[in-house]
Design a protein. Sequence first.
Length: 441
Amino acid sequence: MNVEIMGRVSQMRGTDSPVAPAHQPVGFHVGNNPGSVGWRDYLRMLGPGVVGGASDTDPTTVATMVIIGADTMYGLAWMALLLLPVIAIIQAISTQVGVASHRDLQTAVTESRGKIARWLLLFSVLTVNIVTIAADLEAGASAIGMLLHRDWRWFVAPLSLLLLGVLLILGYHVVQRAMKYLLLCLLAYAVAAVFAHPDWGAVLHGTLVPHFEWNTTYTSDAMSLIGTTMTSYVYVWQTIGQAEERIPWRLHRARQIDALLGSVFAVAVFWFILIATGATLGVHHLHADTPQEAAAALVPIAGPMAADLFAFGLLISAVVALPVIMATTAYATGAHLNWRRGLSLSVREAPLFYSALTVSILVGAAAAYCGIPPIRLLYIAGIIGAIGTPIGLSILLQVGADRRIMRGHPISPRMRAAGWLITFTITAVGAVYLVRLFFGV
């Protein structure tokens, strides 16, 4: 029996629904029992969660790891490893919200919560997204400039227009299929880490033995690490992907496995970047305000190819992340204002949705020319993300616990407890950082 898990939403919600129909039906052979799930079902469900998780390795994360490696060498490698269960839990909750409710997070909040929650979520998502788009565009342009040995400022506008054109002409779903292969290019950071010849004993000690320091540099680095890896667009996008495809509940485990694999991939890339920069910038007590400086630090140890490896990885991370961030911005805005929306729709069918998508990258491109060095702008974006993250997470958990909006499949008490523990921890870290920043204690 073939079951179309990506059936048209218009047939289920009505033709005038503001939400787009699912992009393309995909049949899953489940044998004679429509409730059974075979191994082929699991294999065919893999992909979107991996791409969504990998988008967390955007240039903001790369820059944060560069600065942390320079500041602490391997001192925060243990925290990078600890992020795996944290990210996996949040992505699993987001997946369940999208699959069970058939709604993205902003739509679910709009339908089930008051105006304050709606505006808080929208403001936190848009603020972080615009800054992140600007930072990622600047980093992607810097990577092109490094590869072509030209000033990065020449490439911000062309990169913005190229990404926008690809999304408008080819559509996100075509781009997403291509991105599955681009993800392998992020393993360039693993190669760079090996070429940097780190002290593997020190690396293992820094990874497996937690280490704390009560100073501004250490706490701000920890704050930015949490912010850049828990940015709201990642878990909001995870709900969008499940909602648009209208995944049947019997396949929610397959999608959660997909999300877990994306989390593992992302954390592995985080760790390799930290090791590569810790073995170069950290060991030699250097700092980097531009991607060029970070890449140049690899050259004396790893050879002239190191700079190109770093630049290539930085460019790929921007290309993978930016479409996700742009689309999340447009979805959140469209859900709040009840626009017809969906990446499976044409520009003519959803002009306001695509207008929001276009404005997001144009504003980001303009902000990229604000004069802040690329690495610093990316680092600041991570800190802003950490401040805004608790808002989105608390709303996500409230929606996930709502039996009505979750259509009888709320997240389990154990998962809720884990989610709230993560939220409170991030809030506490953010509060400590802000106190130290403004009062110097």
